[in-house]
Write a new protein. Structure first.
Length: 152
C-alpha cells in the first residue's frame, strides 16, 4: 500500500508556480521546426475512429440501431471516401524551443524570439498545477522543448 499524498494549500493571489520539478533533463528533439506527412491511406487510420462517439454522439443512434443503421452507414461512407478519393489525410508535427512564464508557455523561434504564447488555466487550490509549470521557466536561462501535432 502507498502512503496518501499530502496536498498543502497554496496562496490564491499572484502568480505562484506549482511544485513541479524543473530539474528533469530537457529532451533533444529529432529536429526543430515542422514536418508534413501526406498520402496516409484510409485503411491505416479508419480503425481508430471512435465509433461510440460517432454513432451515439454525432449520429444520435441508440444501442439497438448501431448494428442495423450505424455500421452499414459507416461502411458506405468509408467505401465512398476510398473509391472516389475524397479524402487526403495529412499530419503536421514539429518541435520548438520554449520557456514558461507564470501561466504562459512561450514558443520561441530558433533565434529565441517569441513565435506565440499559450496561456493555460491554473488550479485554484491544492498544488495549483498549470501546464506551463512543466516547462523550464524563463528565468532559468534554459530553453525547453515542446512538441505539437495537427491531423487533418
Amino acid at each position: 500500500a502507498t502512503a496518501p499524498v499530502e496536498v498543502t494549500e497554496r496562496p490564491e493571489e499572484g502568480h505562484v508556480r506549482s511544485d513541479v520539478s524543473t530539474t528533469n533533463p530537457v529532451p533533444a528533439p529529432p529536429f526543430w521546426g515542422t514536418r508534413v506527412i501526406k498520402g496516409i491511406q484510409l485503411k491505416e487510420y479508419a480503425s481508430w475512429l471512435d465509433e461510440g462517439a460517432l454513432f451515439k454522439g454525432q449520429w444520435g443512434l441508440s444501442r439497438d440501431t448501431i448494428e442495423t443503421e450505424g455500421r452499414p452507414r459507416l461502411r458506405g461512407l468509408l467505401d465512398r471516401l476510398q473509391t472516389e478519393n475524397l479524402l487526403e489525410a495529412a499530419v503536421v508535427y514539429g518541435y520548438f524551443p520554449c520557456v514558461s512564464k507564470d501561466d504562459d508557455l512561450i514558443v520561441l523561434d530558433e533565434a529565441g524570439g517569441e513565435l506565440t504564447r499559450f496561456t493555460f488555466p491554473r488550479q485554484s487550490r491544492g498544488r495549483r498545477l498549470c501546464l506551463a509549470d512543466f516547462f523550464r521557466p524563463e528565468e532559468s536561462g534554459e530553453r525547453d522543448v515542446v512538441g505539437f501535432q495537427v491531423v487533418t
